[in-house]
Write a protein that binds this ligand. Sequence first.
Ligand code: GLP
Length: 272
Amino acid sequence: MDLPVRIIVLPTAAETAQIGAALVAAVVDRNSRAVLSFATGSSPEPLYAALREHADQGLDFSEVTGFALDEYIGLDPTHPESYHSVLARDVVRPLALDPARMNVPDGLGDPDTAGPAYDRAIAASGGVALQILGVGANGHLGFNEPGSSFASRTREVTLTARTRDDNRRFFGGELATVPGSAMTQGIGTILEARSLLVVANGAHKAEAIGAALEGPLSSSCPTSAVQLHPSVTVLLDADAAAGLTRRDYYAEANAAWLERVRAWPAVLALQS
Ligand code: GLP
């Protein structure tokens, strides 16, 4: 019997990256034309680096379709910190995805048309098989800030001061250069993916993770919406999991599953 939300706590961020990469690789191994949705931020970076090992072993990403989870408004796609650029750097080039198959919300167009157009593009692709997600220190999901409706669609959001401050490290520490708004897949959009993979590392995520996974459903913690999804895996390092009260139970319930996943990379290597 599976848990509604599979919570996996591992000692280090490096181990969460290995398990996360194995899960993504398994989806692509089953379907070379899989549709994946990609978060940016520091949380999934080690996972994408670990995925490179699967590509190096022969896993073919060239027919994968990608959707970015979000994009800043007002940044040219060629700006090094646009999510267009970040995904080109972290995902498209290292995994040899077809750049034409990587979709990113239009952060320069009219948000009123760009949001619905993005949702239509996701639907036209057949829908997202696996949505890779990080978690904001304030509980945000994508750029769905606290107060976002669980039914929200891809749209423009105003970033909170906390989020802009958290992200200024990507902009040379200059708060003034961090965009004030973004296009993000809505929570309703995210929940339509067939499976969700959430990655969080570090003590600064512990409070948000505790609220999201063991707190009540609340738009005050947008990530709590993952409790509504039937297929969610959450990969946490020990520091990010520190606020969870049922860690022993999660470890016991998921031990056999974790063993199976640990064997998957070897299985994939044999098949390539
Ligand atoms: C960013 C992104 C999110 C990301 C989150 C956490 O601003 N828009 O998609 O998941 O905030 O970021 P990080 O992983 O760098 O802590």
